[in-house]
Design a protein around this ligand. Structure first.
Ligand code: AMP
Length: 285
């Protein structure tokens, strides 16, 4: 496994793989790798890709009051995980390598970036889209793998790749969860025991919402109110950013559930902000 810190060295290594006829798979991450990230790595490996993992805590997607400075960076452990899972190259640039000069060029994906997390994290998706474009241009992958856990990020990237004609396939991978349903996240480590226990209400309320839809309920307000009731009953909840039922592709609110919808939640336990979602396809009911 090669560890590349510079754009130049990662390009050289990938060029050789491409020359040998390999399909290049990219998994962009911010490190602190867990089974969620590993599921993306395995998906790429199973597809037979030359597997490239990037580890970069991207400063441009953090707001001024967010957790950039304290975001976990267990690099040695991450490299071991990559090695153990057959990764070919880990690209670990520092911020100076990725942003060599004042960034004057940004990628904004309108509309899809605005609702849900976009309302609470201004500039976040602009940072995400821009760093992904940079990574796509550096690595030039044939396939890039993203988790459904960050459903809005996946939708933004899919749309950007379509709008800007990137010669690249985006593969969305299912959310990996703890045994009690909590979606794995690098931020779960911030939770106290009580918060960790309470946080399971996010997924259990999503499942109840799905059951309501499957039982024929279509009023989004009623479904969201049920989720709110479950989550607010927990002790350590500090606030709810949103509980939204949106069209799974456009991410715009729907008042009546129809087609493919995304039920999405962002809530804070203590100061830790957690997100999760479920997609329900009413067309297959
Ligand atoms: P991050 O390091 O948090 O930026 O995540 C890197 C990639 O891993 C993104 O595409 C995430 O959606 C994905 N990911 C994070 N958590 C999970 C999870 N629990 N299940 C599946 N994919 C995940």
């Amino acid at each position: 496994m090669k560890v590349a810190k510079t754009i130049k060295s990662v390009r050289v290594a990938i060029k050789a793989a491409r020359k040998a006829g390999r399909t290049i798979g990219l998994i962009p991450t911010m490190g602190a790798l867990h089974r969620g990230h590993i599921s993306l790595i395995e998906r790429s490996g199973k597809h037979g890709d030359f597997v490239v993992v990037s580890i970069f805590v991207n400063p441009t997607q953090f707001g001024p009051k967010e957790d950039l400075a304290k975001y976990p960076r267990p690099l040695r452990k991450d490299l071991r995980i990559c090695e153990d899972h057959g990764v070919d190259i880990v690209f670990v640039p520092d911020a100076k390598e990725m942003y060599r000069q004042e960034e004057l060029t940004w990628v904004d994906v309108d509309k899809i970036s605005e609702p849900l997390c976009g309302r609470f994290r201004p500039g976040h998706f602009r940072g995400v889209a821009t760093v992904c474009v940079k990574l796509f241009n550096i690595v030039q992958p044939d396939i890039a793998y993203f988790g459904q856990k960050d459903a809005q990020q996946l939708a933004v990237i899919r749309r950007m790749v379509a709008d800007l004609n990137f010669p690249l396939k985006i593969v969305g991978c299912p959310t990996v969860r703890e045994a009690d349903g909590l979606a794995l996240s690098s931020r779960n480590r911030y939770l106290s025991l009580q918060q960790r226990k309470d946080a399971t209400c996010i997924y259990s309320s999503l499942k109840i919402a799905r059951e309501m839809i499957e039982a024929g309920r279509t009023n989004s307000k009623t479904i969201a109110a049920k989720i709110r009731k479950i989550i607010t009953a927990t002790k350590s909840l500090s606030s709810i950013d949103y509980i939204s039922i949106v069209d799974a592709e456009t991410l715009q609110d729907v008042s009546r559930v129809a087609g493919r919808v995304l039920i999405a939640i962002a809530a804070r336990f203590g100061s830790t902000r957690l997100i999760d979602n479920l997609t329900v396809d009413c067309r297959t009911r």
